[in-house]
Design a protein around this ligand. Structure first.
Ligand SMILES: NC(=O)c1ccc[n+]([C@@H]2O[C@H](COP(=O)([O-])OP(=O)(O)OC[C@H]3O[C@@H](n4cnc5c(N)ncnc54)[C@H](O)[C@@H]3O)[C@@H](O)[C@H]2O)c1
Length: 326
């Protein structure tokens, strides 16, 4: 059994705990949260030892994996401490608050030989994985144009409202838009030209709209969490190829060609997502997939090669430049 220690039992820690409980050969043995009641809740159905501060878990728990679901400004400090303890560390995205913190994490991983995976979950999200296969295979010809969009109500669930404090989270661009940026970079590499427009919408939230220019095509990427609470969370894309359009929007994943419009069917995993119907995300599939990949690396003593700490820092550095130049 792989022994997992999970630090941070809020929104994302709960997602991860649900996933670990569903993965074979993996046991949640330690949980840490300053809010003991949050750790206690996730411990239901496990024999996990409970800790307050994440450092207590790092120093005292007997674990193979440490998974860090702390607010972004704490990622670097706790991940670096975790790398001294175990060889496999998972840290949520964005990898860190600053590029320097991210680079310190890369350095520590090199020194210790620790494998670090970053929660750039879109690389593991079924529809986006399928799109990546279509792009790679060139099934419908070259990409002519693409659009990725991620829009959300104001996230008010964070512990002590840390998400809405830009100096702690980086705001919507760094926290939310980075998902699509990371995916676009993973598919198309760095664009030749980047143009970004950022509107501050009061102190609470922000909006970013960017154009990434490549040699033969343009990708537009839009992100905001400035919407009213009644607006649903939406993550959509449309990629126009020479011979077809692949679109994921309005709950439908579609292929459009001159001769047909057909749904691209992806088999959904059952039994996940319970208790999250009221949240933004009704499908735990991507989180499950990324943690299955991560735990498989540990089980097979393999290096983490997807969503590495280096990938995470590249995406962070890219978004920080967008913000600076917007
Ligand atoms: N991959 C995704 O789609 C996704 C979605 C949401 C959030 N996230 C990321 O996950 C991370 C956590 O976000 P969240 O929404 O779960 O936040 P949250 O506020 O819901 O949870 C954070 C938890 O950390 C605890 N905590 C704070 N300091 C601690 C410490 N020193 N030791 C132990 N516990 C401590 C808090 O009590 C809280 O329960 C962030 O980096 C966020 O950007 C990723």
């Amino acid at each position: 059994m792989l022994k997992v220690g999970l630090i941070g039992c809020g929104f994302m820690g709960t997602m991860h705990a649900n996933c670990y409980k569903s993965i074979e050969g993996v046991e949640l043995v330690a949980l840490a949260d300053l809010r003991k009641e949050c750790a206690q809740k996730l411990a239901e159905g496990t024999n996990a030892a409970l800790y307050g501060d994440g450092k207590d878990l790092i120093n005292n728990a007997d674990v193979d994996i440490i998974d860090i679901c702390l607010p972004t400004y704490l990622h670097s400090e706790y991940a670096i401490a975790a790398m001294d303890k175990v060889k496999y560390v998972f840290v949520e995205k964005p990898v860190a608050l600053t590029k320097e913190q991210g680079e310190a994490m890369i350095k520590k991983a090199q020194e210790t030989g620790a494998n670090v995976q970053v929660g750039q979950v879109i690389r593991f999200w079924d529809e986006y994985v399928e799109l990546a296969k279509i792009i790679k295979a060139g099934t419908y010809g070259k990409v002519l144009n693409a659009n990725f969009r991620r829009i959300s109500p104001i996230p008010t669930w964070g512990w002590e409202n840390w998400l809405l404090k830009n100096e702690l989270s980086g705001g919507a661009a760094q926290d939310l838009h980075i998902h699509d940026v990371d995916y676009v970079l993973s598919q198309f590499g760095a664009p030749k030209v980047v143009k970004s427009v950022k509107n501050k919408m009061g102190e609470k939230s922000s909006y970013i709209n960017s154009l990434f220019e490549y040699d033969d095509f343009v990708v537009s990427v839009e992100g905001t969490w400035a919407l009213p609470g009644t607006h649903p969370f939406e993550a959509t894309f449309r990629v126009v190829f020479e011979n077809g359009v692949v679109e994921n929007a309005g709950g439908k994943f579609m292929l459009y060609t001159d001769s047909e419009a057909k749904e691209i069917v992806i088999e959904k995993k059952e039994g996940l997502g319970e208790g999250f119907e009221g949240g933004n995300i009704s499908d735990l599939g991507g989180y499950y997939n990324e943690l299955v990949y991560f735990t498989d690396c540990v089980k097979n003593k393999k290096a983490v090669e997807k969503a590495t700490v280096k990938d995470g820092v590249e995406s962070l550095a890219f978004v920080l430049e967008e913000i600076k130049n917007a």
